[in-house]
Design a protein around this ligand. Structure first.
Ligand code: AMP
Length: 267
């Protein structure tokens, strides 16, 4: 759960037994969202902005794997070691390993502020498994936001991206540089280039997106949940665009205490 300005991903990253550290001061209607889009489109940045604004949990499977990468080999399970080898070359981690991580963190889906799933699901099998899990937990998604961007811009965003090794905040060498080169503005941690943001891995990731993840667009369109957002411009502009569309998806009913879905933006 996020509290104030702090993007607190501790519970999600540290495992099933860790509780969220704080509730937002004002509890809003919980939003339960999935973010889709090719790598480099800015899902991580949007997920951060959305979770801060909505008081939701930011659940990023990519963060889970990156966090595991910083642990010593002795601390890693065999399955996690195998997963990291897939990730380093830009390939998708097998569904069974990803699913194990999601299942053991089911309690995070019940966060009172809602959740923003960033990087999951990424295959049809994952999307169908998530659907069953949410049904079993008596939860439902409010929207699936898919971000769109031309190929050339995707490559430029990926190759200039730098990530904080401590708090996972995202910067870009030219579009969003930190105040001090190589240092995170937020927590002072060192910035690094993700191994999978190197040119040889970028091609593999774009291919994995086309073959495995793009079919989810139709899956969620059929479910009436899909919301398309053009991802050009600054992070803040994209965020404003996203919020405008999301807020149009729900309209208050009667006394304003409840909300109902509007199908206007389902495509
Ligand atoms: P991301 O930070 O979302 O771009 O994820 C980084 C990498 O983690 C991906 O390129 C995959 O290797 C792996 N990964 C993250 N989420 C998933 C997922 N849901 N299914 C398979 N692999 C994943």
């Amino acid at each position: 759960m996020n509290s104030g300005d702090r993007n607190d991903r501790a519970a999600w990253l540290k495992g099933p037994s860790i509780k969220c550290s704080g509730l937002p001061e004002k509890l809003n209607r919980p939003w339960r969202l999935v973010l889709l889009g090719p790598p480099g489109v800015g899902k991580g940045t949007q997920a951060e902005l959305l979770t801060r604004r909505l008081g939701a949990c930011h659940l990023s499977t990519g963060d889970l794997f990156r966090e595991a990468q910083h642990r010593s080999e002795r601390e890693q399970t065999l399955a996690m070691g195998a997963a990291l080898n897939f990730m380093k070359r830009g390939a998708l981690v097998p569904d069974a390993i990803v699913w194990e991580l999601i299942r053991e963190r089911t309690s995070c889906l019940h966060c009172q502020g809602g959740f923003v799933l960033d990087g999951f699901p990424r295959t049809l099998a994952q999307a169908k498994a998530l659907q069953v899990l949410l049904e079993n937990e008596r939860l439902s998604l409010d929207a699936v936001v898919t971000y769109e961007l031309p190929g050339a811009e995707i490559i430029s965003r990926l190759s200039g991206r730098r990530t904080c090794e401590k708090c996972m905040a995202i910067f870009h060498q030219t579009a969003q540089p930190p105040r001090i080169e190589g240092i995170c503005d937020r927590c002072g941690g060192a910035l690094f280039q993700r191994e999978d943001d190197r040119p040889e891995s970028i091609a593999v990731r774009l291919d994995a997106y086309e073959h495995s993840t793009a079919p989810l667009i139709q899956f969620y369109r059929n479910a009436g949940l899909l919301t398309l957002v053009v991802a050009t411009g600054s992070g803040e502009e994209i965020f404003q665009r996203t919020m405008t569309i999301l807020e149009s998806r729900v309209k208050p009913t009667g006394d304003g205490s409840q909300y109902e879905q509007s199908a206007v933006f389902a495509r």
